[in-house]
Write a protein that binds this ligand. Structure first.
Ligand SMILES: [Mg+2]
Length: 229
């Protein structure tokens, strides 16, 4: 039996100090002329294209105009991210690196990403602390704007890379938002929720995740939840 452990990034592996919002705000202004504050928004668990449609839709931009300039938006966003992101601006969540190290060296586990970030943005964030090596593949906001569509994409890539058979009940989705928990449900996947992002524990528990832990510090309970023992 092989377990596929799919990690969310923001609020699960790391939190930035607002650097991604800065870069994204500049990109919205430069690409669409959007000047409104992003402060009212909670983007947790949403995909980058979904966020863009919500923010620009609220400001009255038609969906086809939003869609037509997305490539340009990502170019500016990535340029600004590369210029701004450093290890000092990105904080790792407790125990996550220790957990990743254990899982990477465990032959029963395949590691991947499941994140709303477009892939190059995800790579910049993880690269600040040299974590990309843990995640040779994943499913990203650049694959689909709809998070629920991402688990089968990640699973297909895992199978292509490893040649392992991965049953749907051996897919483990680990994240800090209600959308991480929800995207596991239609695929029969296991969900592990952690309140290390902006979402309160009560809100996560109300979604009925398979497992809930205060942090991802690799205690026996966390390891058992991922390894299925
Ligand atoms: Mg998150």
């Amino acid at each position: 039996m092989t377990r596929l452990a799919l990690f969310d990034i923001d609020g699960t592996i790391l939190r930035d100090d607002g650097v991604a919002r800065e870069a994204y705000g500049i990109a919205l202004r430069e690409t669409y002329g959007h000047e409104r504050s992003l402060r009212p928004y909670d983007f947790s668990g949403l995909t980058d294209p979904q966020i863009t449609h919500i923010v620009l839709g609220d400001a009255g931009y038609p969906a086809d105009e939003v869609e037509s300039k997305l490539a340009e938006l990502w170019d500016v966003y990535l340029r600004e991210m590369r210029a701004r992101v450093s290890a000092a601006r990105i904080r790792l969540m407790p125990g996550v690196v220790e957990l990743l190290e254990l899982l990477m060296n465990d032959e029963r586990v395949v590691l991947g990403l499941l994140t709303g970030n477009i892939e190059p943005g995800a790579r910049i964030k993880l690269g600040a602390h040299e974590l990309n090596g843990y995640f040779p593949f994943g499913a990203f906001g650049s694959d689909s704007a709809v998070r629920t569509e991402l688990p089968p994409i990640a699973t297909r890539r895992a199978v292509e890379r490893t040649g392992e058979r991965i049953a749907r009940e051996d897919v483990v989705i680990i994240g800090d938002s209600i959308y991480d928990v929800r995207c596991a449900v239609p695929h029969g996947a296991i969900s592990i929720a952690v309140p290390t992002g902006p979402t309160a524990a009560e809100a996560l528990l109300a979604e009925g995740p398979t497992h809930f832990f205060e942090t991802l510090e690799p205690c026996p309970e966390v390891l058992n939840a991922i390894l299925g023992r």
